[in-house]
Design a protein around this ligand. Structure first.
Ligand code: AMP
Ligand code: MN
Ligand code: ZN
Length: 892
């Protein structure tokens, strides 16, 4: 990395034929060549000659060994070999890559060298991509940055446009083109499988009901011989289904019991005296990217009575999205946590986040609650959402910047809200922005509460309402997008056209292709193929592959790469008998109206859209983006009950198994939940869909009805689930009541269980110490395929001795015993590509956004800021109102 940043820039200047080919005049293009053509011709000739020569060398094996027995040949080979390696090393160094030469002694085998060459090729190709981009005018006015960075751009965007007459709101879509995919560094690989989300929790602080054994015993799970022919994660899941052991537990909210019994803390029962925030300039802002610092922060938080929290998230270059940053503010200090770095350690914050004695203040927590679960297994008990408070006060505008304006007279600059938060090191501007998101929040919380008291004639009733709404938000469960046979109908209905049978089949096939690829490659579906392009292809049904390309401008990289596959899909659709799809047209009419193709937008980083008008105008904090889909709250609440149930059905991607509560009590239609369950069960009909070759996304009928097949067996079992599930729900209700009676008993049990789990776990402090000594804190343990690995001292909880916990349930562990090894399920060992993130075939594919090798980041948390400011020339472009130049792929 260091090499690439230091000399990469100059290298670009001197060695880029593509950038210079536009140079006018008669002067030589480069010494000895009058123009590009001459240069290319010469280069090509040299390459062909070299290829021929290498083909003429003695073949490996006997022939080579024979030649090698002549000392002269051996000397010649060694000499030429050295020359070649030297030349290659120079090339690699020139491009800022690790070179063969430098590491020569350390390298043991050919394989390592080969890897180095592959890495370097990727880097070089990446640069070529950028230069081609530039040559074709994508970013002409900007200097080409060394691998790793692209100058940020400011784009005037209609995202969040308020239409309140200011007209000056610009948004900074800070974007770094060559950001290394953070997914590559995740210790636990992302699970993009088409399976419902299962909580990541494995230890439950502040419990009054113990964590179900399913979660605490995760690490004990063994490979099951009967399921060898299915991927490990799926096998695990099927096992649960078979045994019925943990079905309720797996999908329930781990803190449901605690949250439902939570009462508003007394401190909220009185009108507060607002406590002024510390001036921003005088407040220390700590960047946290080590486990040690995170532990210290957790200890600090445990002593507070309230703190403010916010998250920044990225959703364009990942299927499920990635939480990139967590900001926390106490009354005294601000903290910014690098959650890309500490993703697997964030769970330790559960200690303070689920402590009912500490109020966690969020603004617009809807998405934050889900992201915390999805990425960290973190839950929130006792939360206060200032957005809900603003709504209750009828302030008109409920966005954070508005609150900051009226309470703090601060002009919040929400420009960076849509920045690419994966950028590291974090530029100063973004750091400041992030800090500002929580810095004032506790004061805003005071002011809002005071106003709520005033609005309720000095009574706590309104605060209670807001607090209850906030608690309901905490009860939200993250739902993974589930692909079903009918998923495509939602986007189909949203686009205005009505398709004939061929077009509709094409639409369905493309949709399935896209979902599968997005999961495999861990990209958003919007990155793979934006909706409007998908629609265009289905509509045009191009006869030639080139016709597909013509429907996409710019052509997404994966479309280009899989052009043949796509061509085959379209061909398949063209073979369908041509029928006008009146039924669908009718259906469409009834559903389309209210919602305007929101799902076409995959986060702010997808601007592959034709016109500005296709963007919906929304206010910033009031309308968080959901799974890449913008939902306006207003729209939602305006929907009639019927519309709601329809949209519930239509939004297949949001459905999960047991999402009953939200919908049933909202709309009063019990059938919605049932319908949802059915639709899910239908999708379970074929749990293997995701694992089949792309062509037959639908399982063959024969297999389904062939009793000897595994699919038959499982599909039957899964069908049975839907009936059993309903019975189970009734049962579960009964159990709940019984449980309430035995609450006291359970409390005791919880205590014991928590103590037990603590006994088995080394303290975080100890872990830090050990890892420091071992110097191998973040190493992944290699393992055999399909077998769970044991990762020493990874997941640990601190003990009471070290942290006096300000917990309402004061009974905590007395001592701890550093002996338990916990291993999160290692999806990377699965042979399946659905669990993206592992090294897959794509290492040879050209992706300008992917770094081939993991460059070791210099651990320099303190120097972070200086780095960001000094190391890179962050020149911001003046705002432009034109769209369409901020694409992530090279335009060719
Ligand atoms: P905030 O709550 O303002 O800190 O936003 C948190 C994250 O939500 C940001 O990092 C964005 O990823 C996402 N986000 C917020 N507002 C929008 C929006 N209007 N459109 C798209 N993404 C948004
Ligand atoms: Mn937020
Ligand atoms: Zn934020």
């Amino acid at each position: 990395m260091a090499a690439s940043t230091s000399d990469g820039g100059s290298a670009e200047q001197s060695n880029n034929p593509t950038t210079k080919d536009t140079a006018p005049g008669t002067e030589e293009f480069c010494p000895g060549f009058k123009d590009v053509d001459a240069f290319v011709k010469h280069g090509l000739g040299a390459v062909v000659a070299a290829t021929k020569a290498s083909a003429a060398l003695p073949q490996t094996g006997d022939e080579f060994d024979f030649y090698r027995s002549f000392p002269a040949f051996q000397d010649f080979c060694d000499l030429q070999g050295d020359r070649l390696i030297h030349a290659m090393s120079q090339l690699m160094q020139h491009h800022g890559c690790r070179s063969l030469m430098r590491d020569r002694n350390k390298l043991t085998g050919l394989e390592d060298r080969f890897d180095l060459v592959v890495e370097s090729n990727d880097v070089i190709l990446e640069k070529v991509g950028i230069l081609l981009d530039e040559a074709s005018g994508v970013s002409r006015s900007q200097p080409v940055m060394p691998a790793g960075y692209q100058p940020p751009k400011i784009v005037v965007s209609s995202w969040n446009r308020k239409g309140d007459g200011h007209g000056k709101e610009t948004f900074c879509l800070l974007q770094a083109r060559n950001i290394q995919r953070p997914q590559l560094k995740f210790k636990e690989k992302v699970d993009n499988s088409n399976m419902p989300f299962i909580s990541k929790i494995f230890i439950k602080p502040n419990a009054t009901k113990p964590l179900p054994s399913y979660f605490t015993n995760k690490h004990l799970r063994k490979e099951r011989p009967e399921d060898l022919d299915v991927p490990a994660a799926l096998a695990d899941f099927i096992h649960q289904m078979r045994t019925q052991e943990h079905m309720d537990d797996m999908f329930s909210h781990p803190y449901q019991h605690e949250l439902e019994r939570l009462v508003m803390p007394e401190s909220l029962g009185h009108k507060p005296e607002p406590q002024m925030y510390k001036p921003l300039a005088e407040t220390s802002c700590t960047f946290i990217d080590t486990l040690e610092d995170l532990v210290a922060l957790n200890e600090k938080l445990a002593k507070t009575t309230e703190f403010a929290v916010d998250l920044e998230h990225h959703s364009y270059r990942s299927f499920l999205g990635i939480t990139c940053l967590m900001q926390i503010s106490t009354r005294e200090e601000d903290f910014i946590i690098d959650t890309l770095e500490l993703r697997s350690e964030m769970y330790i914050l559960n200690e303070s986040f689920t402590d009912p004695a500490i109020v966690k203040v969020f603004h617009g927590a809807d998405m934050d609650i889900e992201w915390l679960q999805k990425d960290f297994g973190v839950y929130v008990v006792n939360m206060f959402d200032t957005h809900q408070a603003a709504r209750s006060l009828n302030l008109g505008r409920n966005s954070l910047d508005h609150l900051l304006k009226i309470f703090c007279n601060v002009d919040a600059n929400k420009r960076y809200q849509l920045a690419d938060w994966r950028i590291r090191p974090l530029p100063d501007e973004m750091m400041n922005y992030a800090q500002g998101d929580t810095h004032y929040l506790l004061y805003v919380y005071d002011r809002l509460r005071a106003d709520l008291f005033d609005a309720a004639n000095g009574q706590p009733s309104l605060v209670q309402v807001v607090w209850s709404k906030s608690r309901d938000l905490s009860l939200k469960k993250y739902m993974k997008p589930i692909f079903t046979e009918d998923s495509y109908m939602e986007p189909y209905r949203k686009q205005k056209k009505s398709f004939n049978s061929q077009q509709l089949v094409a639409f369905r096939l493309l949709y399935g292709w896209r979902d599968k690829l997005a999961r495999e490659e861990d990209e958003s579906t919007g990155y793979i193929l934006p909706n409007h392009m998908l629609t265009k292809i289905a509509e045009e049904l191009p006869k030639e592959p080139q016709g597909i390309v013509a429907c996409c401008n710019p052509t997404p990289p994966l479309v280009r790469q899989q052009l043949n596959e796509l061509h085959q899909l379209i061909k398949q659709a063209r073979e369908i008998p041509l029928l006008k799809a009146e039924v669908h047209a009718e259906k469409k009419k009834s559903v389309t109206q209210k919602r305007q193709s929101p799902s076409t937008l995959f986060g702010p980083h997808d601007v592959s859209h034709v016109s500005e008008t296709s963007f919906i105008e929304l206010s910033s904090h009031e309308t968080p983006i959901k799974d890449g889909v913008l939902f306006s709250e207003e729209e939602d609440t305006n929907l009639s009950g019927d519309m709601k149930s329809l949209s519930g059905l239509v939004a297949a991607a949001k459905i999960t198994l047991f999402a009953e509560e939200e919908d049933t009590d909202d709309s009063g239609h019990l059938t919605v939940a049932q319908q949802k369950a059915h639709s899910i069960m239908d999708s379970f009909d074929n749990p293997f869909r995701m694992y089949l070759p792309s062509k037959d996304i639908h399982i063959s009928k024969n297999a389904k009805y062939d009793p000897s097949s595994k699919i038959y067996e499982i599909s039957n079992r899964w069908k049975l689930q839907s009936v059993e599930q309903q019975q189970k729900e009734v049962q579960a209700k009964r159990q709940e009541q019984e449980q309430a009676r035995r609450a006291r008993e359970e409390r005791k049990k919880a205590k014991q269980s928590y103590q037990q789990s603590l006994q088995n776990v080394s303290t975080v402090r100890q872990q830090v110490m050990e890892s420091k000594q071992g110097g191998q804190k973040r190493e992944r343990v290699a393992s055999e395929a399909g077998v769970e690995t044991t990762k020493p001292h990874k997941k640990v909880m601190k003990s009471e001795e070290e942290t006096p916990v300000a917990s309402a349930t004061q009974e905590q562990a007395e001592d701890s015993n550093p002996s338990m090894f916990f291993t999160p399920y290692d999806y990377s060992q699965s042979t399946l590509k659905v669990f993206a993130g592992g090294k897959s075939k794509d290492s040879t594919q050209f992706d300008p956004n992917r770094q081939a090798h993991e460059r070791k980041r210099k651990k320099n948390p303190k120097g972070q800021k200086q780095n960001a400011a000094g190391g890179r020339s962050m020149s911001y472009m003046p705002a432009k109102s034109e769209r369409g130049f901020r694409h992530n792929w090279p335009r060719r």
